[in-house]
Design a protein around this ligand. Structure first.
Ligand code: FAD
Length: 397
């Protein structure tokens, strides 16, 4: 017999954003079903996404409000400081740096760095314990009709779902976006990000380091130490050919290159594995809503991993949508959809433009651009009020 589910909210996609939204909406008392095409997060699959994500304080607050933070925190590293190092000279030697100290902005930490796999696992476990939330894995949305009063959907396992709101949290290739007729603007930089977990001899002391090399930034984001010692997440952006070359090196040759480029900022890097490449592109949906349908996170906006902004922007979508739905009589009504668009569009456009500009200026090999960037960094490093303003803006406040 075909299953039938009647719910307030049907969320398509159980990546970090879809799961965070499921938990956050359940905490508001909404009835939520999340449908994920891939396997359910489990200890066996948690290692598949080796990326780490720096979640800044406003995003951590959203996860706290969702009730899932207590399960995430034991595996998270507080970020007490953030150092930006300019290496854009004739060789790759550091020329200038600016240190951003959370204490200077009146906080103990800017946020926390988490491993993606264990975080999805913690979110899924939390959702499993909620009466009003449910995750169905290994299942896709097959087709749906959005009517004035509800959405009628059929899943790939035959389940029929009736919901008041359909949410596309299904990532960059969102079928919810495409089939709702929402357009997409997309552009690339001929760059890729290489992600890996690294072990190093010098303690990170909770400070992340972003080294601005010609071609792209080399970023280390600290993780809690384990029995093997101090570890961090690495994101190393380079032009396509260089990124492909680095990814194909054997372990010893890769470590040699990484140690040469990182100039001992965390001592010697002794391990960097496994490595995965992520193409650097920017894309932005031309709208955020269609009838009884809304887009969040990478289904709506995505950009290169520079400055720890992507998932943090998505968590602001999550917080806004959860609050609007909770306070609406009908969470899929036209009024709720237009409020969401009005509240989220300026932040999404500003953040996307800002990251695009930052990435272009960091990767540039034009001497004047590199020197202007260095001068800007130097002024920031020496001017406390400007530094505090930059910290506030970086945190999305
Ligand atoms: C190297 C790297 C480092 C990063 N570091 C940071 C950082 O430090 N800080 C930060 O804020 N951001 C960071 N980001 C960005 C962050 O990782 C992403 O924003 C986030 O992981 C994307 O989450 P998402 O849930 O929007 O999309 P996805 O992870 O793509 O999730 C979409 C989900 O939808 C599912 N799906 C797709 N189609 C269907 C369908 N038809 N039916 C059902 N399910 C479907 C997919 O299986 C997938 O699980 C980084 C990104 C990269 C590449």
């Amino acid at each position: 017999m075909t299953d039938r589910i009647d719910t307030d909210i049907l969320i398509i996609g159980g990546g970090l954003a879809g799961l965070a939204l499921t938990a956050r909406m359940a905490a508001e008392g909404l009835d939520v079903l999340c449908v994920e095409a891939g396997p359910a997060p489990s200890p066996d699959t948690a290692h598949r996404d080796q990326r780490t994500t720096a979640i800044l304080m406003p995003g951590v607050d959203t996860l706290r409000h969702s009730g899932a933070w207590d399960a995430i925190e034991p595996d998270a590293q507080p970020l007490h400081g953030m150092k930006i190092v300019d290496c854009g000279g004739a060789d790759t030697t550091p020329r200038d740096e600016a240190m951003f100290d959370a204490a200077e902005a009146g906080n103990d930490a800017f946020g926390w760095n988490v491993r993606n796999g264990p975080t999805r696992l913690a979110l899924a476990a939390h959702i499993g314990g909620q009466d009003t939330a449910r995750l169905i894995a290994d299942t896709r949305i097959d087709h749906w009709i959005a009517r004035q009063d509800k959405v009628l959907a059929t899943l790939s396992d035959g389940t029929r779902v009736t919901a008041r709101l359909l949410v596309g949290a299904d990532g960059r290739g969102s079928v919810v976006r495409e089939r709702s007729g929402i357009g997409l603007r997309k552009w690339g930089y001929a760059q890729k990000a290489l992600a890996a977990r690294v072990e190093h001899t010098r303690p990170h002391e909770g400070v992340s380091i972003e080294m601005h090399h010609v071609g792209g930034p080399l970023t280390f984001a600290p993780l809690p130490p384990d029995e093997s010692g101090d570890r961090s997440g690495l994101v190393w952006m380079n032009p396509d050919a260089e990124a492909d070359r680095l990814a194909a090196l054997d372990d010893d040759a890769f470590l040699e290159e990484l140690n040469r480029r990182s100039h001992g900022v965390y001592g010697t890097i002794t391990a960097a594995a496994p490595r995965a490449l992520w193409p650097a592109t920017t894309q932005i949906a031309t709208g955020l809503t269609a009838m009884r349908t809304v887009l969040v996170a990478e289904a709506a906006h995505a950009f290169p991993p520079i400055g720890a902004q992507g998932f943090n922007l998505s968590l602001r979508d999550v917080e806004t949508l959860a609050r609007l739905c909770a306070s609406a009589d009908d969470p899929g009504a036209a009024r709720m959809l237009s409020d969401y668009t009005r509240k989220r569009t300026p932040d999404i456009l500003a953040r996307t433009a800002g990251v695009d500009l930052l990435n272009r200026s960091v990767r540039s090999d034009l001497r004047p651009v590199r020197d202007i960037r260095r001068a800007g960094l130097s002024i920031l490093g020496r001017t406390p009020p400007l530094r505090r303003l930059a910290m506030k803006l970086g945190m999305g406040q």
